[in-house]
Every structure is written in structure tokens, then in C-alpha cells.
Design a protein around this ligand. Structure first.
Ligand code: ZN
Length: 133
């Protein structure tokens, strides 16, 4: 795997958290995007080589809403950039990791993404992502 591409943070309300993170990071949010398939609204900040991705549930029954209900707001996942997501899925499966989706799917920010089940990764939700070029 390569660098930490982004850290995903679950928030209740982007209209509150975007200005907060703009102040915190001293940079403006460069993109907001809804990923309909995931029922999530995202907002991105560039901090050096790593991004911060704020995640707000787009629907009351979305995964982010359920996460916040259980755990409250906070870090939701860590995303690693990979050079070849298909090869990485095969490697991780062979190593015994459980993939939430074995077929890469469209994520925010023009990426193909796969998630690993937290029960196989010390309770940390891991995303691997590859830029679609
Ligand atoms: Zn992500």
C-alpha cells in the first residue's frame, strides 16, 4: 500500500463541520460530493498529501447515520492509496482479510474503492482506493 490517501470522519451536519474544519485546517473545502449508492454526502480538504473526508448521512438510514447512532461522531475510516486495487484485493483475501466488497466500486473523489471488514482489522474500518484516470 502507498500513502494514507485520506481519513474519513463521520459528522452529523456538514453545514456545521465544514466551517469548523476550514478553521482548524486553515484551508477551504475544495469539493463536496454526494455518493448516492452509499447514501453519504462528502466534503474534502487537502492537507499536505493527505485529505480529510467529512461524511454526513444523506438518508436517516444510511451507514453514517447508523455509525453515529452507535459510536457518535468521529473517525470512521482510514483510506490507503494502492497502485492496483484488483491485485491488492487478491493479496488481502489470500492473507485472510475479509472484504466488505470484493469488487471495487465507485467512491467519492473519482476513485475505485474497497472496504475491509473491521472485525479482521483490529476494529478499524480500512478503505483501499485507486484513482480512476
Ligand atoms: Zn473514504
Amino acid at each position: 500500500m502507498k500513502n494514507v490517501e485520506h481519513i474519513g470522519i463521520a459528522v452529523k451536519n456538514l453545514s456545521v463541520s465544514v466551517p469548523l474544519f476550514e478553521k482548524l485546517l486553515n484551508t477551504t473545502c475544495y469539493k463536496t460530493e454526494t455518493v448516492a449508492g452509499e447514501k453519504v454526502n462528502t466534503a474534502f480538504f487537502q492537507t499536505g498529501e493527505t485529505k480529510i473526508e467529512l461524511l454526513e448521512s444523506a438518508e436517516p438510514d444510511g451507514v453514517i447515520a447508523k455509525f453515529i447512532e452507535k459510536k457518535g461522531e468521529g473517525i470512521h475510516h482510514i483510506a490507503f492509496e494502492v497502485a492496483d486495487i484488483y491485485a491488492e484485493v487478491t493479496r488481502l483475501k489470500n492473507e485472510g482479510f475479509i472484504l466488505l466488497n470484493e469488487t471495487p466500486k465507485d467512491g467519492a473523489d473519482n476513485k475505485l474503492v474497497c472496504f475491509l471488514h473491521p472485525k479482521s482489522t483490529n476494529a478499524v474500518l480500512i478503505e483501499i482506493c485507486q484513482s480512476k484516470s
